[in-house]
Design a protein around this ligand. Structure first.
Ligand code: ATP
Length: 205
């Protein structure tokens, strides 16, 4: 990450997630938002433990981080951040954004990228007012979930969000874990390097 911009504001996208595992749905939304909003880069921020989820991640933090690193290694403008893993404990997005702001300084503008499913629950996120003061919220479409920011309550953090439809890829980490457990192919749903990592480390079996 280059930080000294000589006073010019860099637009950085922040895509937080469990990435259990990372898949083409994540990569597709990062690409769509990056090009639509002309972002300098998108940071994939791997959660330690996302507190709103019903069950803890299946793969450990080290494996999830390694898979994201493999997935974005060859894409210019995609970076990985372990800020949440290093901090440890439950991951709260206001902490993520505050940590990034501290690391990156004032010369960046942060855009928090969330899928439409996550966006709907943002009113339950801790310190939502801090989140919207630190970043612009960008909601990306997800199949099966109609998103209409205008129908949300006035105080809902996703109400004033920028909406990017994106590729609408019907893929989820849950479906990938299910396929691996059933010994079925995940080709085309995750980058080849990620599929190999899952296979050789026996994850999700
Ligand atoms: P799981 O199936 O385990 O719940 P997931 O596929 O939703 O996982 P996460 O790591 O929880 O993956 O998602 C991180 C972010 O990416 C969230 O904001 C989520 O809404 C978004 N996202 C994930 N998959 C897609 C997709 N196919 N289309 C749009 N947004 C997505």
């Amino acid at each position: 990450m280059t930080l000294d911009t000589g006073g010019v504001t860099r637009r950085i996208g922040v895509l937080g997630g469990t990435f259990d595992p990372v898949h083409y749905g994540h990569i597709g939304i990062a690409e769509a938002v990056r090009s639509e909003l002309d972002l300098a880069e998108v940071l994939f921020v791997v959660a330690a433990d996302q507190w709103l989820r019903e069950s803890p991640p299946v793969a450990g933090a080290t494996a999830r981080l390694a898979m994201v690193e493999l997935a974005v290694a060859n894409t210019r403008g995609f970076e990985v951040s372990d800020v949440d893993i290093v901090r440890g404990g439950p991951t709260y997005t206001f902490d993520t954004l505050a940590g990034l702001r501290e690391q990156l300084g004032e010369a960046v503008e942060l855009f928090l990228i969330v899928g439409a499913d996550s966006a709907m629950s943002m009113d339950r996120w801790k310190r939502a007012e801090t989140i919207v003061s630190l970043a612009r919220v960008v909601v990306v479409g997800r199949p099966g979930l109609a998103f209409d920011g205008r129908s949300l309550a006035k105080t809902h953090p996703a109400r004033g969000a920028v909406y990017v439809e994106g590729p609408m890829a019907d893929v989820s980490a849950t479906s990938i874990r299910d396929l691996v457990r059933a010994d079925k192919s995940i080709a085309g749903l995750v980058p080849g390097e990620v599929a190999d990592y899952i296979e050789s480390n026996g994850i999700y079996r």
